[in-house]
Design a protein around this ligand. Sequence first.
Ligand SMILES: *[C@@H]1O[C@H](CO)[C@@H](O)[C@H](O)[C@H]1NC(C)=O
Length: 340
Amino acid sequence: MRKPKVCRMILATCVGSFIVVVFYFQTSLKPAAEQGSGQADWQGKSGRSPLQTLYEGDQLDPSAAQVTHQGRRQILEDACRTYTRKRRVLIPEDLKHLIVDDQHRLLYCYVPKVACTNWKRVLMVLTGDGRYRDPLKIPANEAHVAGNLRTLSEYSTAEINHRLRTYLKFVFVREPFERLVSAYRNKFTRSYNTAFHKRYGTKIIRKHRPNPRPEALDRGNDVSFEEFVYYLVDPHTQREEPFNEHWERVHSLCHPCLIHYDVVGKYETLDQDSRYVLQLAGAEAEVRFPTSAKSARTTGDMAAQFFHNISPFYQKKLYNLYKMDFLLFNYSTPDYLKFR
Ligand SMILES: *[C@@H]1O[C@H](CO)[C@@H](O)[C@H](O)[C@H]1NC(C)=O
């Protein structure tokens, strides 16, 4: 059992380091300075790439948005330096969540439960050569079909490196526990999500509920938040397989300490931050980011209610699990936690 796994890992590592990636100069990269002389492959429709637009913005009189995003990049960089160990090399597997828009020179790392359906729809409009106009006319399930959008892992090494160096890289993040509660509510409390109930619910109930009823074991459709937490903090869970992307940490999905994101958008300021990205991309005339109904959203108060039943011991374990996402993206430890 063990040996082939180790071999596979070694093989993957070798292949990975062969394939990728010149990363180390990323942090020192000052695109404005490097690209000042206007290399041919940089000229987009407007003559400037979004990355140039971002870093060549008037540095003497930066806009409020520029200041905000500079601050977020700084916090991210400092937290990476403080809390992560030696840098490793990226492998194509790490790039599966990065969606590529070659027309506008954008790389978007999608994080489920952080407006990713709408961002995928917008990118389908932007990369669709006129096939789509209104993002909201694209059915949600179509936005998630693999193959409708290209991910960076599908490109060759040279193409990957070129895009990482010259495209505007952005990600949208959210308060980690609000995102987690949102994932729980969506995947475990909605009767239509039978695939998640079967795939994860039955397993969670089998392992984390004493004396489950046969019906619950069979359907997996009544997982409590408490049981979900036990599942998440159980070390066996991640040894068996990686977390599902809906509850996997942004740190593991998007590798923000290896990939130097130019814009860190936040769900809390979704409309502004989305507009900022589209503005940098020169795409404001092509598409508008859909404004979503706020009523159904998971909020901090709602998260507090879900955590009410969780013992301080498990709250602490869960916090530790998601700690990097709190630190990297400047989210403070929620007041409702009892271990503080
Ligand atoms: C980080 O979070 C603190 C507290 O919420 C806030 O005051 C500060 O402005 C944030 N910093 C940045 C750069 O977003």
